[in-house]
Design a protein around this ligand. Structure first.
Ligand code: SER
Length: 316
């Protein structure tokens, strides 16, 4: 990995991944963005950036040629709850966009990372310690595009030799760029309310367990899988990865260790709750650990302490 194009570089994962890649690699780390989501500050100043709309194959190809790109991080996506409302756009970005990326990668010999998600699983997947290889029958547009994306990425590897790799991310928690429209976003929003001394209105019901991960671990996973020796791979698209599993009561209790008067009430959002109910309670990430050495560094308590410290500084 030398010259890298990050599509969606100003988004939830992209903004941190792009900076991390620039700190690790000396080549061109190009921040791809769409008009209206321009990079600012350090992200803009620390390296090249380019307008790269994933729905425009020519734009991707031109940037790949110009910067001699060898690896593409394809981070353009709508998260699960928004995708349920903007179904056509979710398909256009998730599927047509991926197709464009894979075609450019095939022609220009690039490796491709495309995140998948716990959203690939549905009501009839095993709920606890959901295995790597099991039924993937989601009933959300987000999940449909992620399952199809996994299959298409494997197809491009098998048929054309494109070096496609992926992980199934759980809910990602970060103090840098807020997520938008995800089912797991409550686990980010809760920290903002806690720091501001507000009562947090939780849109997900008590007892709803989902997998989560702190962003530094997620960024490391995205880099380590692309650096891994593929000789160890049995799987490619996509690996279960996880760091922790909790329900709203669990994260609230952990926050109360540091902010004892933190309070939470419930205002359950039926759409997000239905999505959350269809997802696993916990994932089994044995294959990622065995095939490329995946291991999380942050558990719930380590993440909570770091989030509270960083958000206190950020919010003054
Ligand atoms: N965080 C994502 C979502 O909630 C799951 O991959 O949509």
């Amino acid at each position: 990995m030398k010259n890298v194009l990050v599509i969606g570089s100003t988004g939830q994962i992209g903004s941190e991944l792009t900076m991390k890649l620039r700190s690790l690699y000396g080549g061109n780390i190009v921040a791809g963005y769409i008009p209206g989501s321009e990079p600012h500050g350090e992200l803009l100043e620390s390296g090249p950036s380019a307008i790269v709309d994933i729905t425009n194959e020519q734009q991707i190809a031109e940037t790949v040629s110009k910067y001699h790109i060898d690896t593409i991080y394809n981070l353009a996506a709508l998260l699960s709850a928004v995708a349920e409302i903007k179904t056509q756009l979710a398909w256009k970005i998730g599927m047509d966009g991926l197709f464009n990326v894979l075609e450019v990668a095939r022609e220009h010999h690039c490796a491709v990372f495309t995140p998948s998600s716990i959203g690939v699983f549905g009501d009839n997947s095993p709920k606890d310690k959901t295995p790597q290889d099991t039924i993937r029958n989601p009933r959300t547009m987000y999940g449909v595009t992620k399952v199809a994306g996994e299959l298409l990425s494997d197809y491009y590897f098998i048929r054309f030799g494109v070096d496609t790799r992926s992980v199934r991310f759980p809910g990602l928690i970060s103090h840098v760029t807020p997520p938008g429209g995800g089912t797991t976003d409550y686990a980010v929003d809760i920290f903002y309310s806690a720091i501001r001394g507000e009562v947090f209105e939780c849109p997900i019901a008590a007892g709803t367990y989902m997998d989560m991960m702190y962003m530094p671990d997620a960024v490391r996973a995205a880099i380590e899988i692309m650096e891994a020796d593929p000789a160890g791979f049995v799987h490619r698209n996509s690996f279960n990865v996880t760091a922790m599993s909790f329900d709203p009561e669990g994260i609230a209790a952990n926050i109360r260790k540091y902010i004892p008067d933190f309070r939470m009430s419930y205002q359950v959002d039926p759409m997000r709750q239905a999505i959350a109910d269809s997802w696993p309670n916990s994932l089994d990430d044995t294959c990622a650990r065995a095939e490329w050495g995946w291991h999380p560094e942050y558990d719930l308590d380590g993440m909570t302490q770091d989030m509270l410290e960083k958000l206190r500084l950020k919010l003054g």
